[in-house]
Design a protein around this ligand. Structure first.
Ligand SMILES: CC(C)(COP(=O)(O)OP(=O)(O)OC[C@H]1O[C@@H](n2cnc3c(N)ncnc32)[C@H](O)[C@@H]1OP(=O)(O)O)[C@@H](O)C(=O)NCCC(=O)NCCS
Length: 182
């Protein structure tokens, strides 16, 4: 795994994680305007418009500089094709952060979420010296739970009917991992 000097890009076996640019907005909207992504995420709108992507990408740079959150585009290392996004929040007070991700449906099942998340864990623990990283997923979305288990994260609990999604409530599973380098 390779981090560049200011950690604006991370290179893994197959992926290049880089900052989003406004020019990605149409691609982001193309991938995110999908009910199958919407139904498993907490904050994505549906339908998802290009303007949603523009205002989302607009906030990344300030958040990155202020070390509030680090949002990376997940791209093919060779071709540059956009596969999805992965973010790590940074709570300096608690010395922890939350991992969150989505992958465009046409790219599911290739291990991209796991490979990108492994890189973000290294970034959190080795570069930013977090004590802990956590992640949460809806009980109706076992694929995300599988990603967390492949990362070595441990199930810490279930929050019952914690999230209202449209006309129903979702149980939320909470996973965490401590910094193994401390
Ligand atoms: C969850 C998501 C990010 C996974 O992305 P991905 O790149 O396909 O993930 P990976 O290929 O790294 O791993 C997925 C694993 O889940 C498994 N899986 C897929 N569907 C599953 C299901 N219904 N039940 C159990 N496991 C499932 C896959 O087999 C794979 O495990 P394996 O490598 O042991 O075979 C993607 O489906 C997605 O973006 N979904 C919508 C948004 C979302 O859920 N974001 C996360 C919110 S917490």
């Amino acid at each position: 795994m390779l981090f560049d000097a200011n950690v604006k890009t991370i290179t893994t076996k197959r992926l290049r994680l880089r900052l989003f640019d406004k020019s990605d907005a149409a691609n982001v909207a193309g991938l995110c305007n999908n009910y199958n992504i919407y139904k498993s995420t907490m904050y994505l709108p549906f339908p998802y418009k290009v303007e949603d992507a523009v205002s989302w990408i607009d906030r990344h740079s300030d958040n990155f500089k202020a070390e509030r959150s680090y949002e990376f585009a997940i791209t093919d290392k060779e071709t540059g094709e956009l596969f999805g996004a992965i973010a790590l929040s940074h709570n300096h007070h608690f010395n922890n952060g939350e991992l969150a991700y989505w992958i465009g449906e046409e790219f599911w099942g290739n291990g991209y979420a796991t490979e990108a998340a492994e890189a973000l864990l290294q970034f959190a623990f080795k570069v930013k010296s977090y004590h802990k990283v956590f992640a949460r997923y809806f009980a109706s979305n076992p694929a995300s739970g599988k990603v967390m288990e492949k990362l070595g994260m441990k199930k810490e609990g279930i929050l019952i009917d914690h999230i209202r999604k449209d006309d129903h409530y979702e149980d939320l599973l909470h996973y965490g991992i401590l910094n193994p380098y401390e």
